[in-house]
Structure formats: C-alpha cells, structure tokens
Design a protein around this ligand. Sequence first.
Ligand SMILES: Cc1cc2nc3c(=O)[nH]c(=O)nc-3n(C[C@H](O)[C@H](O)[C@H](O)COP(=O)(O)OP(=O)(O)OC[C@H]3O[C@@H](n4cnc5c(N)ncnc54)[C@H](O)[C@@H]3O)c2cc1C
Length: 378
Amino acid sequence: MSVDVLVVGLGPAGSRAAAAAANGGCSVLAIDRRARAGVPVQCAEFVPALLQQEVPGLAAACVQPIRRMLTAIEGGPFEETPDFPGRMLDRARFDALLAARAVSAGASCRFGVATTRITRDGAVSLTDGTPIRPRVLIGADGPRSRVGAAIGAVNTALVEARQIRVPLRRPHDATDIFLSAAYPGGYGWLFPARNEANLGIGVVPAARPALKGLLEALHAALTAAGRVGPEVLGLTGGLIPVGGRIRASGRLGSVSVLLVGDAAGLAHPVSGAGIAAAVQSGTLAGEAAASLLAGQPSAAADYEDELASLFDGTFARALSRRHDLLACHTSGRPPDPARQRAGWIGFASYWEDGATPAATTPSIAAPHAAGEKVHELS
Ligand SMILES: Cc1cc2nc3c(=O)[nH]c(=O)nc-3n(C[C@H](O)[C@H](O)[C@H](O)COP(=O)(O)OP(=O)(O)OC[C@H]3O[C@@H](n4cnc5c(N)ncnc54)[C@H](O)[C@@H]3O)c2cc1C
C-alpha cells in the first residue's frame, strides 16, 4: 500500500500532523497501537491557557480552570505564583477530539495497529500485516520513538513518572508542586480535576525503584492534611523526554522522515510539559510534509529551523536550570533552597539571568516575554 504520508502515533502531535498534511492535499494514513485515542491516559492533564488559541473548541475537553501555582520546597509552606493561567484537560477526550479532526480533514486513522518493522529504505510493516510505502514518514510515537530510532534520533535523557488519581477534598484552582531532593531530576505534583486530582512524581530513571514508596508517602501526607482522600482511583505513569530538542528530520532511502512532539524531544526539560509543543510541532510537520510532496526539498530543513526558533531559547535556559537542580539534589549535601528556587519555573530567580536569547515569534511554544511563563508552567 502506498500513501503520501504515514503518521505513526495518534497522540496530539500525530493527530495534528495528520490533519495538517491532509489539509495540504496529501493522502494520509495515521496509526496508533492503542485501541482508542488517548486511552489509557498517561498525563497530568494541565495545559496553558494559550493553547486555546491554537486549538479552537478546546473547551469541549476542559475539566476546570487553573489560575495559579503553589510550590512547596522540602515539605515547607506553599509559595504562590499568581497569574499562571491554564486548563485541566480530559486528556482522553482531547486526544479523541484531535483525532476526529484529522479524520474530518481527510486522514485515514486506524487504532489498534502498530509498526512492527521499519526498513532502511523506509518501508513500514504493520501489525495488521499491511506493508506501507510512504513518501513521507512522520514519527509521532512518543519518547521512545521507533521512527526516531530508525534515523538515529533518540531521546537520551528521560524522567520516569508515576501518578495516581485521588479524591480531592476541597475545590482547588492551583497546580501544586513539590520540590525535594527526594525527587531527583523531577518533582511532585497535585493537579486538581474538579472533585478528583492527579497526584504524581517524576524522577530520573536511577531513582525509579523509590518512586512507588515516594508517591505513597506523598499521598499519605496529603491525606493526613485533609487535602485528598486515601482511595486510589487510578494508576498511570510514563516517560517524559527532558534532554531537549533532538534532530527531527532525516531520510530512509527516498522516504523523508519528520519527528514531532515527544519523539522530537519537545517536552520542557524542567516542567515536563509537552502537550502544547506536540500540537504545534505536529501542525508544522504536517505542513512540511505537504511542502515536501509539492516539490520543496528544503521543507525538512525549514521545519528544523522553525523548531529551533520556537524552542531553543526556552529549552536552553530550562536545560541549564535542570542541570543545576539535579546537581543540587544529588550532591549528598542538604539542598540549598535558593538553588531549588532558581531551578523551578514558579520563582523569579529561574528567570533572572537573561542568558538565553528571547524567541521572537509569539506563540504557545515560545511566547514573547510577557507570556513566556504561561508556556513554561505547562
Ligand atoms: C505522567 C505524565 C504526566 C504528564 N503531564 C503533562 C501535563 O500535565 N501537561 C503537559 O503539557 N504534558 C504532560 N506530559 C507530557 C505529555 O503527555 C507529552 O508531552 C505529550 O503526550 C506528547 O504528545 P505526543 O503526541 O508527542 O506523544 P504521545 O501523546 O505519547 O502519543 C504517542 C502515541 O504513539 C503511539 N505509539 C507509540 N509507538 C507506536 C507504534 N510503534 N505504532 C503505533 N503507535 C505507536 C502511542 O500509543 C501514543 O498514542 C506528561 C507525561 C507523563 C508521562
């Protein structure tokens, strides 16, 4: 079977890429190994308010508004960062909404189908037995992308996350963040979703054996404080790429390959947020695929340039902050609260050195100065 564009993965990045390529006149097949879009949810489900500019009709997938952030360092009192607006999503509904839009744009979307083999000349075998020969292959298959591996573009720095769904005792309008040396390379979170909440912790892979116990202890502490109930309503987790942008284009024989979202390392290295970047990179890659097929060979390089201009300024600072915070948390010495503050987006000192170039394109992914924190919170 030959198609113009094969999209592997129907998360936010893949659905947006499929829709954009189909809107650009390409024949598009998009596949996902999951039986249903977005299920099971592997996400804390917070997005910045600005995402609604990029995704019209987003309200249909929103659960509640978020207005501020509260950060506790080493179990101390919460410090408030006001004016960090966002939305809590129903992620399964959000992913289903974007997949439905890809179908409306003309893409053929198949769930319950995975890639089994990608050859050096770009032929792709699927679990349903179909061999596919695309002209453009888009890897939207997450942090451990097989498509990325086929072109040698692999996320190396990852965070392991574990999250439970718990009852929330009182309505809440903030994302709560828990910074601690006990959570090296990551942090804990409590994100409200009406009368429930996502409670999770992310850490570097080396600390994974402690993750279950750490989350149980955080849950017990919040239960004792009367914030959440003791019941565990659901359990999820997953990997988050935190090493920054990797090469997002390549070739397999005559097939052009583009990577999007987590497959391209586009989650924020400090906050782990990747939904907005997935949406944005997916659209750009779908448009680039259409341009490639319309005979513009520079479209792949242009796509890389666009990603660089959107993300590199934000990610450079985040990578440097992440490095410092990880060093602080793994030094063996008592953590220094000033260094912890400088390592987290909710504090002024995170933003203080101006060492990174400001992005010039106002957007969700790299908004200009006034809105920048909104994205980075996400
Ligand atoms: C626990 C956790 C909490 C998070 N919380 C937030 C948050 O609150 N806010 C935020 O912005 N970001 C959050 N993130 C990050 C966010 O979920 C990702 O950045 C985002 O989902 C990236 O979208 P994507 O489309 O690139 O990848 P994904 O959403 O991972 O989609 C990839 C898709 O590819 C499919 N796939 C993989 N391999 C194959 C294959 N071989 N064949 C076919 N299909 C395949 C998968 O089934 C999946 O549906 C969180 C991540 C985790 C793990």
